[in-house]
Design a protein around this ligand. Structure first.
Ligand code: TRP
Length: 449
């Protein structure tokens, strides 16, 4: 069943756009700026980049190697590469993590779609700061509207997935990703030319290490995993669609660069504007919904910029949600022997139901706490700071210690066609540095040491 359905990306450009589409998402435009804001700006950025270069790239490359070697999804790959072992239980982690991420993803994406609507209809005109805040709070706590947007977003994601790998995922990514890149550039240039915008750039690039504690370092690591889409076998599944003649390390490099660039550009589009209008950069998850609309409200042509900004985030969210949902759909297709259409329908329904709980945790379910966090905060914390690092540790351990070194080299070098000069360094990273770092950061961040 699986072999018969195994599809591939049509072109290298399409493959890179789909991979970058998975990586570039709400993590880059909604989450990165606000956690960077909370944890002191520049200092956080430096730690984050160190993790991307030294750990993120290697874990990503490892997922690429495993996926293309095994030619299977996150479950099947371990059955092929380590037959007769229990490694494929890793898939349980993938399913859990994917469902958790997709649920809170839908909540935020639903909000962004509503904000496009608000800007297009110019609903914010002349509002005072209090009105912006109450409009946001009333909207997110409403028991119906945000749920409908969230369900709509799940359905939209499903609509792309039904088209399959080439005609659905690849085609949509090839259109949306270049557009997204141009939009974030334009918005960045616009923000930097605002009076006083330079203070925002200083905030983003001049490090203040006094705000960096163990928690901030864990957040930087968890976010590097989240933003690069690694740790859960999702890129592993996408990599199984990559042609055997492509150079995997090149592709991993390009995806890491594209992802980090969009995060930094989003910071450049946001902080100068926030500072220029004397707003607070440490607003948290509400930064783009509370602070930015006020900023747009004060700019000339604000409704246009606001619409463009929220279109940008919605596109970013869509291509990432597709990658998450594709993994679930692939599982349902295999495990329940369903056709793509039926499998997608089942998945959309399950995701929409779980997403409803996360969405309602801002309203009627706000009293429900898990370890003292709201349902939404718990999902976000649990997925990024625990499931992803643990998953990344597994991936490294498996590739570094259980697979033959010669097999790894064979796959990454396309049977010796490319010279991979950094291979020994890479191997050292996934054997020792990455697992050990992840482990310590994890227990430190959880307050265990
Ligand atoms: N990387 C995406 C973002 O930055 C989110 C995402 C998509 C993801 N697929 C993933 C995170 C797989 C972890 C694993 O928003």
């Amino acid at each position: 069943m699986e072999e018969k359905n195994r599809s591939t990306f049509g072109t290298k450009f399409g493959a890179v756009m789909a991979l970058a589409g998975s990586a570039v998402g709400l993590g880059n435009i909604w989450k990165f700026p606000y956690i960077c804001g909370i944890h002191g700006g520049g200092a956080f950025l430096i730690v984050y980049m160190i993790f991307v270069v030294f750990i993120g790239f290697s874990v990503m490359l490892t997922e690429f190697i495993l996926g293309r070697r095994g030619q299977k999804n996150a479950l099947g790959v371990f059955k092929v590469l380590a037959p007769g072992t229990k490694w494929h239980y890793f898939a349980a982690l993938t399913i859990l993590g994917t469902l958790v991420i997709l649920s809170f993803y839908g909540t935020i994406a639903g909000w962004t779609i509503n904000y496009i609507n608000l800007f297009i209809t110019n609903s914010f005109k002349g509002d005072s700061p209090e009105q912006y805040v109450s409009a946001f709070k009333n909207f997110v706590s409403d028991p119906v509207e945000p749920v409908l947007w969230q369900v709509g977003f799940a359905a939209l994601t499903g609509a792309v997935i039904v088209g399959g790998v080439k005609k659905g995922i690849e085609r949509v990514s090839k259109i949306l990703m270049p557009f997204l890149f141009i939009l974030v550039l334009i918005l960045g240039i616009r923000a930097c030319t605002l009076p006083g915008g330079v203070n925002g750039l200083k905030f983003l690039f001049v490090p203040d290490f006094s705000k960096l504690d163990g928690y901030a370092v864990l957040a930087a690591l968890g976010h590097a995993f989240f933003s690069l889409s690694i740790g859960m076998g999702i890129l592993l599944t996408y990599a199984s669609y990559i042609d055997k003649k492509e150079n995997l390390s090149n592709m991993a490099f390009q995806v890491c660069v594209a992802d980090t660039m969009v995060a930094v550009l989003a910071g450049i589009a946001i902080f100068p504007a926030v500072f220029s209008f004397g707003m607070n950069p440490t607003e948290g998850p509400g930064l783009i919904f509370l602070t930015l609309p006020q900023v747009f409200g004060k700019m000339s042509l604000g409704a246009l910029w606001g619409t463009l900004f929220f279109v940008l985030i919605t596109f970013a969210a869509l291509t990432s949600a597709i990658s998450l949902m594709e993994v679930l759909v692939a599982f349902v297709m295999e495990e329940m022997h369903m056709e793509r259409k039926a499998a997608t329908a089942v998945t959309v329904i399950i995701v929409a139901i779980i997403g409803t709980f996360t969405t309602l945790s801002f309203g009627p379910l706000s009293g429900v706490k898990i370890f003292g966090m709201s349902i939404f905060d718990f999902c976000d914390y649990f997925a990024s700071n625990i499931i992803l690092p643990v998953g990344g540790m597994f991936v490294c351990y498996f590739a570094g210690w259980k697979m033959k070194k010669s097999d790894l080299y064979d796959e990454v070098s396309n049977s010796g066609k490319f010279k991979i000069v950094f291979f020994e360094v890479y191997l050292f990273v996934i054997r020792y540095i990455a697992p050990v770092c992840i482990f310590f950061i994890l227990i430190k961040g959880l307050g265990l040491i």
